[in-house]
Design a protein around this ligand. Structure first.
Ligand code: LMR
Length: 393
């Protein structure tokens, strides 16, 4: 039987990561997969995480399963982080949180819950969106449809086109929004645009689903959350997939949460039970280590302060790289300063992407998405020189 399977190519982003690892060029630069790197090109474990891990090691006496919905300290901490300090009281029995294996797990469990309520439901995703949204949501049997989002010609969000397209969304549809630091474009909705979309959602009755993979890496933990919190406070129901991969640096620990706000307590309980049943079918129990560490940080004032400080440094470093790139590349690249989070499209041609990789060892997605965090004081000049070379020859 197994010999009938075809061999698939690697996932494009993961394939890029593997190609980079094999490149012997000492000046190579990895601008591919969305992993934060510091000014020395390293991705160290955050200090708050190291401290939480040390405490865990000293105190964790068992590896028994976590409860199916996850570690209560983690899920209550995530509720406060994502929906605000007062969220538990504000939403009451309408809100439920389930710990998931990463933000991907949250997206998939959210998609499974939607499919159980409405098999084959239509999900609107931004054009472009993170490529893995397609298999994660489509694999649960949902039908994907795109709405225009990024205007490549002018390097900006095309909100008018987005709004017009979503005017076609109806009750029973899901609209997937990126909470902040849009992946791959870096072009975010303003608070006012979130407010307009909230009104549209109320009029049309679609269900918003928000992918929150980069909270704290755009404008700040609270500022990044303003848009989806505005929406969650007003619409009858919303799903939020939250990831701790980037803002806690817990990539390999697969730490995330699905938050669901439903119309009433009964509906929230139903969502919760369906999410747990879907998880049981797929992976049974959530992984523990990352969630215990993140939960400890979210519940401990000192660890929380350390973490917020480290996260602010990461955010400020990315913002300063954005300013440095825009300054060195000149007027055609000022949009990079206006965008947020790890990613922006360079908007260069395919053969220029190829030249950067083959001649200079600079790796980026074929879409021209770059991870700005791959640049630092030691390689920014090399990158800009290479860019100017391929742009001007
Ligand atoms: C990315 O977009 O590079 C990250 O979200 C990592 C991934 O899994 O693709």
């Amino acid at each position: 039987m197994l010999e009938n399977l075809e061999v698939l190519p690697p996932d494009p982003l993961l394939g890029l990561m593997a190609a980079f690892a094999q490149d012997p060029n000492p000046q190579k630069i990895d601008l591919g997969v969305g992993i934060y790197q510091d000014n020395t090109g390293q991705t160290p474990v955050m200090g708050a995480v190291l401290e939480a891990e040390a405490r865990l090691l000293a105190s964790e006496g068992s590896k028994r399963y976590l409860p199916p919905a996850g570690d209560p300290a983690f899920t209550s901490g995530m509720l406060a982080l994502v929906l605000g300090e007062g969220a538990a009281g504000q939403f009451g029995e309408r809100v439920r949180v389930v710990q998931t294996p990463g933000g991907c797990g949250a997206l998939r469990i959210g998609a499974e819950v939607i499919a159980r309520s409405r098999p084959g439901a239509r999900v609107w995703v931004s054009d472009p969106t993170w490529p893995n949204h397609v298999p994660l949501l489509g694999g649960a049997g949902l039908q994907l449809q795109t709405y225009p989002y990024y205007d490549f010609a002018h390097h900006r969000l095309d909100f008018d086109a987005m709004f017009a397209a979503l005017g076609e969304a109806t009750a029973g549809d899901v609209v997937l929004l990126h909470g902040c630091c849009h992946n791959p474009s870096g072009a975010d909705l303003s608070l006012q645009q979130w407010q307009v979309l909230t009104e549209l959602c109320e009029q049309k009755g679609f269900t918003p689903m928000v992918d929150v993979a980069y909270q704290g890496l755009g404008q700040g933990l609270e500022a990044d959350a303003a848009g989806w919190r505005w929406m969650a406070e007003r619409v009858p129901e919303i799903l939020i997939a939250s990831s701790c991969s980037k803002n806690f640096g817990l990539y390999r620990e697969r730490t995330g949460a699905l938050l669901a706000v439903a119309r009433d307590g009964r509906a929230a309980q139903a969502v919760h039970s369906q999410a747990l049943s879907a998880a049981r079918q797929i992976y049974s129990m959530p992984p523990s280590h990352g969630a215990l560490a993140a939960g400890m940080i979210l519940q401990d004032a000192d660890l929380g302060d350390t973490w917020r400080h480290e996260l602010a440094q990461m955010r400020e470093r990315i913002a300063s790289v954005r300013r440095g790139v825009a300054q060195s590349l000149g007027s055609d690249f000022q949009f990079i300063v206006r965008e947020a989070g790890m990613f922006s499209f360079l908007g260069i041609r395919a053969e220029q992407v190829k030249r950067l990789r083959e001649e200079f060892g600079i790796y980026m997605a074929e879409s021209t998405r770059i991870n700005l965090a791959g640049l630092n004081d030691g390689n920014l000049e090399y990158f800009c020189t290479a860019m100017n070379t391929v742009l001007n020859e």
